[in-house]
Write a protein that binds this ligand. Structure first.
Ligand code: GLA
Length: 354
C-alpha cells in the first residue's frame, strides 16, 4: 500500500495517488482527483497481469476533457431530464451539461472535485478512503452532503466499493463508479468479442435524449437479453430501436433480486485471456454502456487512442431520472438517514479458450 504525489492541478492543488496491492498481484490505484480508479491490474490463468481500466498516464489527462474514465460520478449518476426535479413541493434546477439534461452530477461533478484521501489496512484488507463535502446548492442540488467512498482490496481478489452519505436537507442522490473495463487489457482492441451476462429480466427503454420512458421492458426476444452469457458484439448493430437510440448498449437494467442484499449484477469474460469480472451490488440497477461515444480523441495510457467500444462500463445505480419517476425506487435522502450502498468487483480467471 503506497501514497504518492500525483502532480498538481492547473490551479496548483496537490493531488495524491493511493495504490493497493494484494498477494496475488492484483493492484488498484486511486487518485483523490474525482476519486478515480487510475490503474486496475489483474492476472489471467497464466498469471499474466494486465491493466484492464481505460485511463491516462497522468493527472493532466483526467483534468482534460474525458468521458469519466475511472471516476466516481455524483451527485446523480446518469441523467435527470431537463435538469429539473421537485422535492417536497419545491422545484430544483440543476446544471445542464448534456443537451437539455443534467448528466453525472452536472458541470463540476464528483469526478472533477478534490476528495480528502487516506489509506488503512486491517486483517489483510487494504483500503483507500475518500471523503468529500458537497455544499448546499452545489450544481443545483439541495443540502450539505457528506460523502465517503471506500475502495477495499482483499486477498481473495475482491474490490469492494462502499458508498456512504448524509445530508442536512432532503435531496436526491445516486453515486456510482464509471470505470471503463477492457478485460483483454486497456488499449488491446475493442470489447465486442468479450462475453457478458446480466442478471435482469427487464431494462428501462429510453427516448432520444436517453431518458427512461418509464416502461420496464421484458428483455425476452430482444438484443437486450443477456441472461445467458452472450458475446457483446453479436447483436449490437441489430436494427433495434433502443440500440439505435443508444448507439449500442447504454441502458439501465432492472436487476433480478429479492431483498436488499448483494446480488450478482453482471459477469464478463474475455475468452482468450480467461479474465473474468463479476459485479455484485446492493443497488437496484446497472447501466451497461459499451463506450459508444468513445471516438479515439482521448490519448490514453501508453498513447493508446480509445476508439468506439474499446471499453464497457457496468455502473451500479438507481435508475436514471428517478427523481422524475415516482414509480421507480426512490433516490431521496433525508436528514437523519444514511445513504449506504455497496458494489463488489470480483476479479477472477478461467482457463483461456483454445
Ligand atoms: C453514461 C451515459 C452515456 C455517456 C457516458 C459518458 O454511461 O449513460 O450516455 O454519457 O456515461 O460518456
Amino acid at each position: 500500500m503506497t501514497t504518492q504525489d500525483y502532480g498538481k492541478t492547473d490551479k496548483g492543488e496537490a493531488i495524491s495517488l493511493y495504490t493497493l496491492r494484494n498477494r496475488n498481484g492484483v493492484e488498484i490505484a486511486i487518485t483523490n482527483y474525482g476519486a478515480r480508479v487510475v490503474t486496475l491490474k489483474t492476472p489471467d490463468a497464466r498469471g499474466r497481469l494486465a491493466d484492464i481500466a481505460l485511463g491516462f498516464d497522468s493527472l493532466k489527462g483526467y483534468e482534460g476533457p474525458n468521458p469519466y474514465f475511472g471516476a466516481i460520478v455524483g451527485r446523480y449518476g446518469n441523467r435527470i431530464a431537463k435538469g429539473k426535479f421537485s422535492l417536497d413541493g419545491k422545484e430544483y434546477t440543476l446544471a445542464r451539461n448534456n443537451g437539455e439534461n443534467s448528466l453525472h452530477g452536472g458541470l463540476v461533478g464528483f469526478d472533477r472535485v478534490i476528495w480528502s484521501g487516506k489509506t488503512e489496512e486491517s486483517n489483510g484488507v487494504q483500503k483507500a478512503i475518500l471523503t468529500y463535502t458537497s455544499k448546499d446548492g452545489e450544481e443545483g442540488y439541495p443540502g450539505t452532503l457528506k460523502v465517503s467512498v471506500t475502495y477495499s482490496l482483499s486477498n481473495n481478489d475482491d474490490i469492494q466499493i462502499d458508498y456512504l452519505a448524509t445530508t442536512d436537507k432532503a435531496t436526491v442522490l445516486n453515486i456510482t463508479n464509471h470505470t471503463y473495463f477492457n478485460l483483454a487489457g486497456q488499449g488491446n482492441g475493442d470489447i465486442l468479442s468479450q462475453v457478458m451476462q446480466i442478471n435482469a429480466d427487464h431494462f428501462t427503454p429510453v427516448d432520444s435524449g436517453l431518458i427512461p420512458t418509464g416502461e420496464l421492458k421484458d428483455v425476452t426476444g430482444t438484443p437486450f437479453d443477456f441472461r445467458k452469457p452472450t458475446v457483446i458484439g453479436s447483436r449490437i448493430n441489430d436494427k433495434d430501436e433502443q440500440l439505435v437510440l443508444g448507439k449500442g448498449y447504454d441502458h439501465n437494467y432492472v436487476l433480478n433480486r429479492s431483498g436488499n442484499g448483494l446480488v450478482m449484477a453482471a459477469k464478463a469474460v474475455d475468452p482468450p485471456s480467461g479474465r473474468v469480472l463479476e459485479v455484485w451490488t446492493t443497488e437496484p440497477g446497472v447501466q451497461f454502456y459499451t463506450g459508444n461515444f468513445l471516438d479515439g480523441s482521448a490519448v490514453g495510457k501508453n498513447a493508446n487512442n480509445y476508439a468506439q467500444r474499446t471499453g464497457f462500463c457496468l455502473e451500479t445505480q438507481h435508475y436514471p431520472d428517478s427523481p422524475n419517476h415516482p414509480e421507480f425506487p426512490t433516490t431521496v435522502l433525508k436528514p437523519g438517514e444514511e445513504y449506504k450502498t455497496t458494489t463488489v468487483w470480483k476479479m477472477r480467471f478461467v482457463e483461456p479458450a483454445k
